[in-house]
Design a binder for this molecule. Sequence first.
Ligand code: GLN
Length: 486
Amino acid sequence: MDFFSSLQELHAGLLKREATASELADLSLQRIASLDDRVHAFLHVSADCVAAAKETETVIGQERILDGIPYALKDNMCTRGIETTCASHILKGYIPPYSATVAERLNDAGAVLMGKLNMDEFAMGSSTENSGFFPTRNPWNLERVPGGSSGGAAAAVAAGMVPFALGSDTGGSIRQPAAFCGVVGLKPSYGLVSRFGLVAFASSLDQIGPLTHTVEDAAIVLQAIAGKDERDSTSANIQAPDYRAALTGDVRGLRIGIASEYFGPSVEIGVRNAVTKAIALLEQLGATVSPISLPHTEYALSAYYLIAPAEASSNLARYDGVRYGVRAVDAGNLLDMYEKTRSTGFGSEVKRRILIGTYALSSGYYDDYYKRAQQVRTLIRQDFLDAFESVDVIVSPTAPTTAFRLGEKVHDPLTMYLSDICTIPVNLAGLPAISVPCGVIDGLPVGLQMIGRMFDEQTLLRVAHAYEQAAGMAPLRPALAMGVKA
Ligand code: GLN
């Protein structure tokens, strides 16, 4: 057993007593110790994880598949008693008095928290280079970024340090790093998974979801975290269906839509070829493929970079040095204290977003920017609704390129923003989408994105699973993770 085994295999191993839960936690610690000085996926490793694992050992039962399974959380999900920083200096030392609903649900399911994962500061970025502490590196090639903002989560799973992790996705932050690191990443429908205890970036777009090695594992983790939560007013009143039961392997008659807008000139040839091959395989499996159009796609990035910063500028107003984390010590008065705390506590990308958002919301500009962006958002959502009249799932690349080099885009925010061109429209529409590996070019993985109807995770997972099985794709194992003792 290692952390490239499926969750079902790990569970079976625990039931058969081939290993105990504390041995699995120990294995995870050893993997972190031997790899993370190069990958830098973790911000914090939990001191009492082995003891916590031991507690689950008496209760492991047939039905409780996550009992004793190690996992880790992106550091924007609150964990009671454990520092939660969002990879920002401004939250250094912040120890939440409560846990996010997702952390509680995984804890109730018996999963064992190994630690907290690196990310772009406040989830703003596509490479994890905007972390206030240090960048994470891609286990496939340490000179490359793991993607972002859930780069720590994708890298930790890809390197086999934990069998699964939770990330968050506001404009692609689960799917794009999953694609860059060769793992599965699922962004659920907006409202399916509670955001309670997720530090808010853009509240109308943020959603938590799993990063795993297989689609079945994603279904298992989703099952544990999905469903109504009274503490999140945007949580949908939905009883999560049995997601694993949807994985029939059968896609005959399923209608797949291909939108030319997602295959523009920014899509690298290698990515285009891998995705085209994957679509051909789905057709061989009995799905029908037809062209569709999502005509407002070209406006998605502009709308997102008004809506997300606007919401962020409002959400981040609370970091004033009074209530959370760090406070500037050398301030002469209250205003000076606010100013010093915020100017030293936030990194440059976060400041850029706060400035853009404050400007877009200011009186006189509100109608020109924020309101128009919301109107564009409605058009984008309508494009998808129209497309889903004739198809069941839309397939595209997850990102236009494979993992880029550290430093390549970090000084050019607009180029960085373009990494999310295929994922951002999906958040604006609130839809579920998954990225699954569909090949490796020049030693770097490629991601295939599938987009589903609102709350139709079942169909999405069914297609993704059928593809993964037929392509013989999962799990991918980077060279770094081979030949490592433990
Ligand atoms: N890269 C996008 C941004 O910087 C999306 C981030 C995310 O999904 N959290 O806003």
